[in-house]
Design a protein around this ligand. Structure first.
Ligand code: AMP
Length: 395
C-alpha cells in the first residue's frame, strides 16, 4: 500500500486542524465516560498538533443515533474527560455545523481545542452527504484522520471531508497502518495467525487472504466447530454453521496443513456460565453437549506452534469468554502472546482486544488495534475508504 502523508509531514504553525477521532466510548448510567482507552489512544496526535502551534477542531461519532440529536449519545461527557486528560480547556459545540460552530472554530488560538457534537446527529454523516462534508471542511485548514476504527466506513467526517482539504493521517492511524500493513506485506517469520469468534462466514475472506501469507493459522472458538464438523467430527449441540461446511472443507483442503484445529474442547450441557462442563477430545463430545472453549491439550498444541514465532496476529476469542468458566482458552492465548517477547504481536480489535485489556496484558502486546471491523476489512486486503481518501506521502 502507498504510504500516506502524516501529521509529522505538515507545518502546523497557525493552522487549524480538523481532526476525525474515534471517541465512540461507553457512557455509563451517570452520564460519564466509562472506558476511556479510545480517548487516550488519540492523545499523542492531539499533543503533537498543539505543541506545533495548531488549533484543533475535533469530531467523532458516538453510538448509533438516528441521524438526529439524541442526548443519550452526546459527546459532552467526552469533552470533560478529554479536558481532564490534557489538563486543558476543551470547548464544546452543541451543534455539528452552522454559523455558531464556524465562529467558534474561527476564534481558536494555537493550542485551543473545540469538540463538535456527535457527527451522527446529522443524517448526512452516514450518507456521506456532500453539503455536510463541505460544511465540516469550512472548520479547518487541514483534515487529520486518526479514527482507524471508522476508516472502513465512507462517511462525511471520514471520507467526504477529505475531498475539500489537504488530508493526512494522525499518529494512531499511522501506527495501525504500519503494524497491520507490515504483517500483510513483510512479516517477520514464522508468521502465525490465530482466529476465533463465532462464525466462519464472517471471516472467510480473512482466512483466504491470510492463507497466502502465514506459516500457520490456529483456529479456535465457534469457528473451529464448523471446521471440525466439516472434517467429520460429531459436534452435537455445538454452534455449527451448516451453510459454511463446504467452504470450511475447501479452505482446509487449500490450506495444505496450514490450518490447525483444536484437539480437545471444553464442553457443557447448556449455554450458561453454570452449566456442567468437562474437557473431552474433539471426537468424544457427549450426546447433546456443546463446545464452549478450547481444551488444555489444544492450548498446549497452540503454544507449541507459537514458540519461536516472530509475528503473531490474533482476532477472535477461543470460546464463550463472557462466561468465566469458558474464558480459559482465550486468557491462555492472551498470556501466550504477552510472553512472546521476541515477536511482533498484534491483537485485532473487538472481543480479543477486550480480553487482553481485561487480563491486564495490553502493555505486553506490541499493538492492540482500536478497530475491530476496520482491522478485519484491512486483513481481507480491502482498501479502507477513510485511508484511501488521505493524501499519499511524497516520495
Ligand atoms: P466474533 O464477533 O465473530 O469475533 O465472535 C465473538 C463471539 O463468539 C463471542 O461473543 C463469543 O461468545 C462467541 N463464541 C466463541 N466461541 C464460541 C463457541 N464455541 N460457541 C458459541 N459462541 C462462541
Amino acid at each position: 500500500m502507498t504510504r500516506k502523508r502524516t501529521i509529522r509531514e505538515v507545518s502546523w504553525e497557525g493552522k487549524r486542524a480538523l481532526v476525525r477521532v474515534d471517541f465512540n466510548v461507553p457512557i455509563d448510567d451517570s452520564g460519564c465516560v466509562g472506558d476511556d482507552t479510545r480517548i487516550r489512544a488519540t492523545l499523542p496526535t492531539i499533543e503533537l498538533l498543539r505543541t506545533h502551534g495548531a488549533s484543533l477542531v475535533l469530531m467523532s461519532h458516538l453510538g448509533r443515533p438516528n441521524g438526529e440529536p439524541d442526548p443519550r449519545y452526546s459527546l459532552r461527557p467526552v469533552a470533560q474527560r478529554l479536558s481532564q486528560l490534557l489538563d486543558a480547556e476543551v470547548r464544546f459545540s452543541g451543534a455539528v455545523t452552522g454559523p455558531n460552530v464556524e465562529a467558534a472554530a474561527a476564534g481558536l488560538n494555537p493550542g485551543n481545542l473545540l469538540l463538535l457534537e456527535n457527527t451522527r446527529f446529522d443524517s448526512g454523516e452516514t450518507r456521506n452527504d456532500h453539503a455536510l462534508s463541505a460544511a465540516l471542511a469550512r472548520l479547518g485548514d487541514i483534515f487529520v484522520n486518526d479514527a482507524f476504527g471508522s476508516a472502513h466506513r465512507a462517511h462525511a467526517s471520514t471520507t467526504g471531508v477529505a475531498a475539500h482539504l489537504p488530508s493526512v493521517a494522525g499518529l494512531l492511524m499511522e501506527k495501525e497502518l504500519n503494524y497491520l500493513g507490515e504483517a500483510l506485506e513483510d512479516p517477520k517469520r514464522p508468521f502465525i495467525a490465530i482466529l476465533g469468534g463465532a462464525k466462519v462466514s464472517d471471516k472467510i475472506a480473512v482466512i483466504e487472504q491470510l492463507l497466502q501469507k502465514v506459516d500457520a493459522i490456529l483456529i479456535g472458538g465457534g469457528m473451529a466447530n464448523t471446521f471440525l464438523a466439516a472434517a467429520g467430527c460429531q459436534m452435537e449441540a455445538s454452534l455449527v454453521e451448516s451453510g459454511a461446511l463446504d467452504t470450511a472443507r475447501s479452505l482446509q483442503g487449500s490450506g495444505d496443513e496450514l490450518i490447525q484445529l483444536p484437539v480437545d474442547l471444553t464442553v457443557a450441557d447448556g449455554f450458561s456460565a453454570t452449566a456442567n462442563a468437562r474437557t473431552v477430545s474433539v471426537t468424544e463430545i457427549p450426546a447433546g453437549w456443546m463446545a464452549l472453549d478450547i481444551g488444555e491439550a489444544t492450548v498446549a498444541h497452540f503454544a507449541n506452534r507459537l514458540a519461536g514465532a516472530r509475528t503473531v496476529l490474533w482476532n477472535g476469542p477461543m470460546g464463550v469468554f463472557e462466561f468465566l468458566p469458558f474464558a480459559r482458552g482465550t486468557v491462555a492465548i492472551a498470556e501466550m502472546l504477552a510472553g512472546l517477547t521476541q515477536a511482533t504481536t498484534i491483537v485485532g480489535g473487538g472481543d480479543s482486544a477486550a480480553a487482553v485489556q481485561q487480563a491486564g496484558l495490553a502493555a505486553k502486546i506490541s499493538h492492540v488495534s482500536t478497530g475491530g471491523g476496520a482491522s478485519l476489512e484491512f486483513l481481507e486486503g480491502k482498501l479502507l475508504p477513510g485511508v484511501a481518501a488521505l493524501d499519499d506521502a511524497e516520495v
